[in-house]
Ligand binder design. Structure first.
Ligand code: UD1
Ligand code: CA
Length: 247
C-alpha cells in the first residue's frame, strides 16, 4: 500500500456555533470534534496528519488530545483549496493524501478505508466521498453524465438550476494522488460566486488532464454530517452515544 497522509481543515471560526471557542474544540463525550476526525484518519491508515488551523489556533493546539499531529497556520480563510495549499510542504511528493474536515466527527475509519480501497482498486487519481441526501441545499453537488460517470463537483452558489437538482452531495472528504493534488492546487483561481479558492476545482483540473476522477457515494449520509450549530452538535452527540452503546 502506498503511503497515506491526512490533512484536516480546521481554520474556521464556526460563527453559527455562537461561541468564542473555535468550533473544532467543542466536545462530544469529553472529546474534541477534531479528535474524532484525527482518530478516523489514523484508523484508516494515515501515517502522518496535519491540521490546518487559523482562528484561535493556540486554543486548538492546547485543547486537542492528539498532540502528535502537525500544524500549519492559515492566516486568512481564503477557501478549502487555499487551506490545503498551506499544507503543501507537509505533503511531500509521494503517495496518497486524504482530506478531512475538523467538524465532521461522525466519519469512521471503516468508511475511509472503503473510500481508499475504491480509490486504489479503480486506479483513480482522486476520489471524492459523496452521499445521497434528501435535502442537498447549500452543499456542493456531484454532477454525473447520462451513463453515471463523474463530471464535476459544483458549489451550490455557482450551480445552475439543473445542477441543483442533483441530490448527490460532496462530503468535503477525498483521497488524492499527492503529486497531482499539489500540481492542481497551483492552478485553482478564486473566480467564483464566493471569491474563494475551491478545493473541488482540482477535480476538474485533474480530469481535464485525462486522469481518473470519481465519486464514491454512500447511501447513508450519517457519517458525513457536519456540525455547524448547537443543534447539529446535539444530533452528532446522540449518534456517537448510540454507536458507543452498540460497541
Ligand atoms: C465545503 C465544500 C462543499 C461540500 C461541503 C461539505 C468547498 C469549496 N466546498 O463547503 O462542496 O459540499 O464542504 O460540508 O470545498 N476551512 C478552512 N479554511 C478555509 C475554508 C474552510 O480551514 O479557508 C475549513 C472550515 O473550517 C470547515 C471546512 O473547511 O471546517 C469547510 O469549509 P466551509 O467554508 O464551511 O465549506 P462549505 O461551504 O461547507
Ligand atoms: Ca461547512
Amino acid at each position: 500500500m502506498e503511503q497515506l497522509k491526512a490533512v484536516i481543515l480546521a481554520a474556521g471560526k464556526g460563527t453559527r456555533m455562537k461561541s468564542d471557542l473555535p468550533k473544532v474544540v467543542h466536545t462530544i463525550e469529553g472529546k474534541c470534534l477534531v479528535d474524532y476526525a484525527i482518530e478516523a484518519a489514523i484508523g484508516a491508515g494515515a501515517e502522518d496528519i496535519c491540521l490546518v488551523v487559523g482562528y484561535k489556533y493556540e486554543v486548538v493546539r492546547e485543547t486537542i488530545l492528539h498532540q502528535e499531529v502537525n500544524f500549519v497556520l492559515q492566516e486568512e480563510q481564503l477557501g478549502t483549496g487555499h487551506a490545503v495549499r498551506c499544507a503543501k510542504d507537509f505533503l511531500g511528493d509521494e503517495g496518497q493524501t486524504m482530506i478531512l474536515f475538523g467538524d465532521t466527527p461522525l466519519i469512521t475509519a471503516e468508511t475511509l478505508k472503503r473510500l481508499r480501497e475504491y480509490h486504489t482498486e479503480n486506479k483513480n487519481t482522486v476520489t471524492v466521498l459523496s452521499a445521497m441526501v434528501e435535502d442537498p441545499t447549500g452543499y456542493g453537488r456531484i454532477i454525473r453524465d447520462a451513463d453515471g460517470n463523474f463530471v464535476k463537483s459544483v458549489e451550490h452558489k455557482d450551480a445552475s438550476e439543473e445542477e441543483r437538482a442533483s441530490h448527490e452531495i460532496n462530503s468535503g472528504m477525498y483521497i488524492f494522488d499527492t503529486r497531482e493534488l499539489k500540481e492542481a492546487l497551483e492552478k485553482i483561481q478564486p473566480n467564483n460566486a464566493q471569491g474563494e479558492y475551491y478545493l473541488p476545482d482540482t477535480l476538474t483540473i485533474i480530469k481535464d488532464k485525462g486522469l481518473k476522477v470519481d465519486a464514491f457515494a454512500l447511501s447513508d449520509p450519517e457519517d458525513i454530517m457536519g456540525v455547524n450549530d448547537q443543534e447539529q452538535l446535539k444530533s452528532a452527540a446522540e449518534i456517537i452515544r448510540r454507536r458507543n452503546q452498540a460497541k
